[in-house]
Design a protein around this ligand. Structure first.
Ligand SMILES: [Zn+2]
Length: 192
């Protein structure tokens, strides 16, 4: 069964950027996204588009860093997101907590696709941490999109596999492949 992500976005609890990007990645990975109880209009089509966009963002961060150099296809993606957000209302909201008053912004997304379109813009934005952290698990049976993060125990960020389990699984199967090859070679050269 497909997993679901239920986003709640109200002026009392505006959705933060990280939650929007997380929902977009979850949707690309197969989840259905709801916004304030309303389901996406065409989740299959939007997933296909989103996966293609995320692949492009991954490519882009490894290539030329200027938007101009990325050509027409990127502008099309960006413009599509902007069209979805054409009538987006943004209202400042404040919260008074223990540390005093803090200002936030409530973005009143009308549809799930508009919210995900905003997430796509956040992933493209060089000033945000999301695009450069975007990775896709190399374990073939997984292939999940995720944001690379450093382990709290230290060491480099997990840019190749989404979890330590998938790293281990992939390495095991690579090792068994090499072992099989070695066995085959040995039996081929063995004198009859
Ligand atoms: Zn994985």
């Amino acid at each position: 069964m497909a997993t679901t992500v239920k986003l709640v976005n109200t002026s009392g609890a505006p959705l933060p950027d990280g939650a929007l990007v997380g929902a977009a990645l979850a949707h690309a990975n197969g989840a259905e996204v709801y916004l304030n109880g309303v389901r996406q209009a065409d989740p299959l089509a939007s997933r296909g588009r989103l996966v293609a966009v995320l692949e492009r963002i991954r490519e882009a961060h490894g290539l030329d860093p200027t938007i101009e150099a990325r050509g027409h296809a990127f502008r099309e993606i960006l413009d599509q997101s902007l069209r979805l957000l054409g009538r987006l209302e943004v209202r400042p909201v404040y919260e008074i907590g223990a540390g005093g008053l803090s200002l936030d912004y409530f973005r009143d997304f009308l549809t799930v696709d508009a919210a995900l379109g905003y997430a796509v813009l956040l992933l493209f934005d060089q000033g945000q941490p999301f695009g450069t952290a975007l990775c896709r698990c190399r374990l073939v049976r997984c292939g999940r999109f995720y944001l690379a993060a450093r382990s709290p125990q230290g060491g480099p960020a997990n840019r190749t596999y989404c979890t330590p389990e998938h790293r281990a699984e992939s390495h095991d199967s690579a090792e068994s492949r090499t072992a099989r090859k070695r066995r085959r070679k040995r039996s081929a050269t063995r004198p009859k």
